[in-house]
Write a protein that binds this ligand. Sequence first.
Ligand SMILES: N[C@@H](CCC(=O)N[C@@H](CS)C(=O)NCC(=O)O)C(=O)O
Length: 366
Amino acid sequence: MATHQLIGSPISYYTGKARAYLRFKKIPFEEVLSSREVYEQLIVPRVGYPIIPVMVTEDDKTLQDTTDIIDYLEARYPEPSIYPATPRQKLVSLLMEIYGDEWLVIPAMHYRWNLPENREYAYRQFGATSAPEKSPEEQRQIGFDRAQHFAGMVPRLGATEHNRDAIEKSYLQLLSDFDAHLAEYPFLLGTRPSIGDYGLIGPLYAHLWLDPASGKIMEAHAPRVVQWVKRVHEPQEHGGEFLPNDEVPKTLFPMLARMFNEHLPVLMSTMDHVEQWAEANPGERKLPRAIGMHEFTVEGVRGERAIFPANQWMWQRAADFYQSLDDDGKAQVRDVFADFPNAIAALERPIRRRVVRENFRFTLEG
Ligand SMILES: N[C@@H](CCC(=O)N[C@@H](CS)C(=O)NCC(=O)O)C(=O)O
């Protein structure tokens, strides 16, 4: 009988997110290695361009983007839901998903491609995925060639020699903040993983734990985060509960504050640039992957990175949810984020030009 297939690689960021989710939900699936042949014969013909993970469902539907994969499966396998039902927890879980998916890619890619031990490991793993039948020496060469595309993304994502120390400082502080949270709770919002845990597992599993030099850093700075990585990626439990009374634990606030300081200004600037791009390109709907460069700041150090409309698509999930709440729900959110006026302003900001996904590509709505 046909089963869902998850096509991806053992050291891929977003494959790890989807795999962890599927395991927790006990959804039957088989994993297919994204070899060169699989890219040529399955991924590119179905999606239109090379990307992982891809899900081919048991009834042969093609899904890409882990957020779409997860939401498709949540509708069919609703219990136990990874979306809290209450306003504050649901919003916090969506924010942590965006932060993991779209911002922690900076430390993740920095550590993978700028530490020689990790880079060497990644070449070999890339090669083993791409050409499992070849010898280790040939795989290393194939992996090296394939890796150039990914290593080349690092400066476009904003990680350079100039801000290296700041990126590492911010990441190590995030690790210790998360470690302190995990002294109290097994997951972000209680004893059940939420969509926020799945956002964070992408970077924290593959690049920041499995890569050997990264794993040593995590073991040394945040042993509880290591345990969480294992708990999320190899779940033993299938249930658990979100905390009662829509509580957002105090121990999450340092992580939220870091996201609001570093990532939120970039999300707002992305929306400005999407609006400007729409003005400058009347009638054009298909968005390029990146639309110019903008500044960002980490630990007081300024950098530049490409502007990705994909980031806005993810942000819309949180903003739409907040804006859909009734007055009481909004007031509860404003209350819990009272110390973060920039977060409230961001959530209230109308989305003038929406980014949607059509045929696996980002376009402007309507
Ligand atoms: N947001 C997407 C991103 C998928 C993605 O970026 N995958 C990476 C590997 S983990 C990739 O294939 N990148 C190819 C590229 O960026 O050219 C998701 O959640 O699935």
